[in-house]
Design a protein around this ligand. Structure first.
Ligand SMILES: *Cc1c(COP(=O)(O)O)cnc(C)c1O
Length: 245
């Protein structure tokens, strides 16, 4: 318990700093703080750390691996009292783990192919739920990244085509786009990437009448203020919350 309290004191201070920067970024561009949801990324954090973050008011948690979430969920189930958090899957999902992911996660942010989406739609239908998802896009042309490549015109056309088919999957609720910016030393360098993702979201809305595609999940510890200035509605923050910086 003493250890948990120690976590809580540290996380509360870190969160206060993160909140300050989120509010400042919103203010710079005339956005309301409530337009941005903070997702605390809990990969590699202990159950005690995660419970401490929850006690500090965090209600959205992000994990990047199904196996890890599967181990943690039961350890944490008794600690949420009446207010369980929403779990977001933010890492690459293998097809064979799609069923478990549908059971464990509230939102899947890392849908990166039509094939995976089709499987998720089937499992969500079997579970009798409509699953909120985001489409992961890669606009920086980095080969190592997952997600729909969306740099060249032909790639964007293919994404629009896939998006139209995704809209027909009745158990998936596509809410928008997710991206991971390249690692750079100066956060300002990520701005064109975030801007391109926002423009892509706007284009998909127009081209396929996806008027409900409101979400943009972008921005991590290194670059979330820039992402918020460029329209992020979800920021996924790990280190700044659990380590502080
Ligand atoms: C780890 C991770 C984050 C958070 O990164 P930090 O640098 O710890 O803030 C965000 N998104 C994804 C997909 C991640 O894997």
């Amino acid at each position: 318990m003493a250890e948990t309290l120690e976590h809580e004191v540290k996380i509360a201070a870190n969160l206060a700093r993160v909140e300050e920067l989120i509010a400042a970024a919103c203010a710079r561009v005339g956005r309301a703080r409530r337009e941005v949801t903070l997702v605390a990324v809990t990969k590699q954090r202990s159950a005690d750390q995660i419970a401490a973050a929850w006690r500090c008011g965090v209600r959205h948690l992000g994990e990047n691996r199904v196996e890890e979430a599967e181990l943690k969920a039961p350890q944490l189930a008794s600690r949420w009292e009446a207010e369980p958090p929403a779990w977001h899957l933010i890492g690459h999902l293998q097809s064979r783990k799609a069923r478990t992911a549908v059971e464990l996660f509230d939102t899947i942010e890392s849908v990166d192919s039509l094939r995976l989406a089709t499987r998720l739609d089937r499992f969500a239908a079997e579970a009798g739920r409509r699953l909120p998802v985001l489409l992961e896009v890669n606009v920086s042309g980095e080969e190592t990244k997952y997600g729909w490549a969306a740099t060249r015109t032909a790639e964007i056309e293919a994404l629009v085509e896939d998006a139209r088919r995704l809209a027909e999957l009745t158990s998936l609720d596509v809410r928008g786009l997710m991206t991971m910016a390249p690692l750079v030393t100066d956060a300002e360098q990520t701005r064109p990437v975030f801007r391109a993702v926002r423009e892509l979201r706007d284009l998909l809305r127009r081209e396929a009448s996806f008027t409900t595609w409101d979400e943009l999940s972008m921005g991590m510890t290194n670059d979330y203020p820039v992402a918020i200035e460029e329209g992020a509605t979800l920021v996924r923050i790990g280190r700044a919350i659990f380590e502080g910086q």
